[in-house]
Structures are given as C-alpha cells and as structure tokens.
Design a binder for this molecule. Structure first.
Ligand code: PNW
Length: 445
C-alpha cells in the first residue's frame, strides 16, 4: 500500500462529555459551568443547549455498536465531573455507573477506552468558588482523577489529563466567548493558564499513583507553526516559532519552566508561580497528545530579533466551515515532528477533523466530499511522519458524531456520523465510509 501506516497504529474517534452526552439533568447529575453558561440568553448561537443533544448517556450501546461496525479501535471520551460529584465530596453512584458501563461496553466490543479526565465542563459549585482563577481547582482535579482511576482499575489503560488548556482558561476569561464568559486583565488571564498547567501536573501525578499500569499524557492544542518553504533554515525557524509561541502553556509543561523571552515579553502580566509548582507542571508523561485543525506559517527572517516572521494565511486561503478552520494539512506532520524533536516525545493526534454544512440527500446520505479531502490530506501528512519513523502512536478523529460545538451550538457539524437531533437517528456520512476503509487497509486511501 502506497500510504501504509505502522502496524498496531491506533485508529480512534473522539468526543467529550458535554458535547455528546445529554442527560444533563438525569439520575442526579449536578450542574456544570458550561450548562450554567448555556442557560444565559445570548451566550450560545441560537441559545442552543445540550440538555439532550446526541443523548449518548442513553444511547451509548448503539454508539459503541456503530464504532464497532466502522472498525474503530479506540474511543476517546471525557468525564463529566458534575455528573459524578453533583455536590462537593458527594458521589452520585448512577453517574459513576454510567462511565463504568460505557467502559465495559467498549471492552466487550474490542474497542480500547481512552479517558480524558477533564474536557472543560467544571462543576458550577467550583466555578462559584473561583474556578480556574484559583489553584484550589487544579488540586481538586487531581483528587478527582485519582478517584476515577481507582474506580476504573485495570480496565482503563490510557488517560489524557486535560483537554486544550488555553481554551478553558484564557478563552473563558479573555472575552472569547467560552464559559464562564469573563473578561479579566492580562495578568489574571496568564494566571488562569498557569492554573490549567498545574491541573495537568496534579492529574498526571494522581494517575501515576492510582493507575501505575496506564499510559498517560495531555491532549493539548499547541499552536503549530509550519514553514512556508520546506528548506532547512525555514524548518528550523518554524520549530523555534512553535516552541516560543506556546511559551505560556505547552512549552512550560514540556520544559518545566516559562521561557525567559516569554517572561520578559509579558513583564508585569506574567503568571505568579513557585519552583514547586513548576516541578508539578513538568511531571513526566508517556506521550504528548495534540489536537490539530489548522496551523500558522512562518519564514526564517534573520533581520527580526526572534529569527522568524509569522503569517496566518492569505485572505483567500481555503477554509473549512468555520472562521478559524484554515486548511493547513502540513500542520499535522510538523506537529508530530516538532513535538518529538523539541521534547523527545511520542505523540497521539488526539483530535483532527472539520465541520461542514452537511445536508441529507434525497436518499438519506451525506456526500461530504470536502471533509474527505480534508481528512485525506491531513492523514497523508500524518503518514509522512510515520514513514519518517516519527513515533506517532495513534489518531483520533474529531468527531464520531455531530455534536454541541460550544459557543457555536449545534450549527457546525463535525461528525463523520450525521445526527438527526429530532429523531436521534445516526447516519454515517461518506467520510465515515472513507475512514472505515483507511482503518481496514491500515493505509491512507
Ligand atoms: C477543540 N479555535 O476546540 C475541542 O477540543 C473540541 O471540544 C471542539 O469541538 C473541537 O476542537 C472543534 O472545535 C476548539 O477557535 C475550539 O481555534 C476552537 C478552536 C480550536 C479548537
């Protein structure tokens, strides 16, 4: 096969609790900060609210069977902390049982569970105590991870600590429209990112203690800078840009320190931190998971102090169906390459995919050719990484199902499986058939 993938490559699909579960008021679930946020008029497009959504809470057996039919080998899902602990220190047995049943159903179907401890939905009672503006929350997430790892025991062998730190910290506190929807001064924003970094560290420590058999790592979104021209000096510039541009978050986690250049640049707005905290943040992990949808470009520029010049893309650069979803397939290759070269880590692609304005045909099919080309181009760039022997362990398609796309509500459709929200019918799109064939052939078709 021309675009063959390595043996034992992990072909997965990903979702997150708040985006697919529904059942948000069922069986004693507590309120999350995201649900609280959705209830405020004007915060979410069309005031959509995922009280039912795709209802995976009630339909997980059907969704597991669907994954099995598609040949998917691994399912990445996250835990709703408020479902399991509706009040501080109080376990909701039914909420816990849901995740245990989901894990059992996956194992029975021969699908490996990959658990994300935290994917943005924080219990509202913790939001009210300061949320990510306080490091108490970071510590409490570690305790929650420890509790869950003990509950799962040997059944779960793969954990992601937290998903996309800057999205639940900075983007929730700088007016970008994510929960809790605050707008704070810059120092406080960097401080929330620091608390997110610290949460990753506490969770990593907790999982090491409670699940020593498991492999663990983050599912982060380091911005990937790619070279506009693939020459040595431009590739080198892009590698340095990737390290520098992520200095407030991802680079700190990998290196255990905030870069001097970053601290100088932000000056009085820098986060406050201790040596002890930086050690926790840098707790060793087994791999780095990165979510990749797009990238930025750079060229080497000996004139500029940093040695590179950044470009986001031309005004007429191709985009997928969202304003930020610029088509940059080389970002997946350079992500795997730079993470390995800068920090010596093996990787998982923890999310990749795109939204499209999918419509049902007369024959009840979805001809999502745009998504197929997007996937083909990104996956071939991933194949390039594995062909060069970069240690990429697996790939998680975002997303298995159309789902609740945060502030954009249900309008963007990211699934390879279409969801009719009125009937709960699942219809695999053409892209699902494409992905299933790649899996079957272990090759990028
Ligand atoms: C990620 N951006 O979020 C999240 O991990 C998923 O929950 C989400 O559904 C998926 O990607 C698709 O958006 C992002 O504005 C949200 O650049 C926004 C951006 C990037 C990632």
């Amino acid at each position: 096969m021309t675009y063959a993938m390595p043996e034992n490559f992990v072909w997965g699909a990903a979702t997150a609790s708040f985006q697919v579960e529904g059942g948000l008021e069922c069986d004693g679930a507590g309120e999350s900060n995201w649900l609280h946020f959705c209830r405020k008029p004007g915060r979410i497009k069309r005031d959509d609210i995922p009280l039912v959504g795709c209802d995976q809470y009630h339909r997980y057996r059907e969704d597991v069977a669907l994954m099995k039919r598609l040949g998917i080998k691994a399912y990445r899902f996250s835990l709703s902390w408020a479902r399991i602990f509706p009040r501080e220190g109080v376990v909701n047995e039914k909420g816990l049982a849901y995740y245990q049943s989901l894990v059992d159903a996956l194992l029975e179907a021969g699908i490996e569970p990959y658990v994300t401890i935290f994917h943005w939905d924080l219990p509202q009672y913790l939001e009210e105590k300061g949320g990510w503006r306080t490091k108490e929350t970071s510590k409490k997430l570690g305790d929650f991870a420890s509790f869950m790892a003990k509950a799962f025991g040997n059944k779960v062998k793969h954990y992601f600590t937290v998903n996309e730190i800057t999205m639940f910290t900075a983007a929730g506190h700088n007016g970008s429209g994510m929960a809790p929807g605050l707008k704070l001064p810059l120092q406080e924003i960097y401080q929330t990112i620091h608390h997110g970094n610290l949460a990753h560290g506490y969770v990593a420590q907790a999982l090491r203690g409670a699940a020593p058999h498991a492999e663990i790592g983050i599912a982060n979104n380091p911005g990937i800078t790619v070279p506009l021209y693939e020459t040595e000096e431009n590739i080198d510039a892009a590698r340095r840009a990737t390290r520098f541009n992520n200095a407030s978050c991802h680079t700190a986690i990998e290196e255990g320190r905030y870069l001097d250049e970053f601290l100088e640049k932000v000056g009085k707005d820098a986060p406050h931190f201790t040596d002890e905290e930086m050690k926790i943040i840098a707790t060793p992990t087994d791999f780095t998971g990165f979510n990749v949808y797009t990238g930025n470009y750079c060229t080497a520029d000996p004139e500029s102090p940093q040695g590179f010049k950044m470009f986001s893309g031309a005004a007429d650069h191709p985009y997928m169906d969202l304003t930020w979803l610029r088509f940059v397939p080389t970002a997946i290759y350079y992500g795997a390459k730079f993470i390995h070269e800068l920090w010596g880590k093996s990787t998982y692609v923890t999310e990749n995919g795109c939204s499209a304005a999918d419509v049902l045909s007369q024959t009840n099919e979805i001809y999502d050719s745009g998504r197929i080309e997007y996937l083909r181009n990104y996956l071939r760039n991933l194949q390039r990484a594995t062909a060069e022997k970069l240690p990429v362990k697996g790939y998680f398609q975002w997303s298995l199902l159309d789902n609740f796309e945060w502030a954009q509500g249900f309008t963007p459709r990211f699934g390879i499986v279409y969801v009719n929200y009125a009937t709960q019918q699942r219809i695999p799109k053409w892209s699902a058939k494409y992905y299933a064939q790649c899996i079957k052939n272990n090759s990028i078709l």
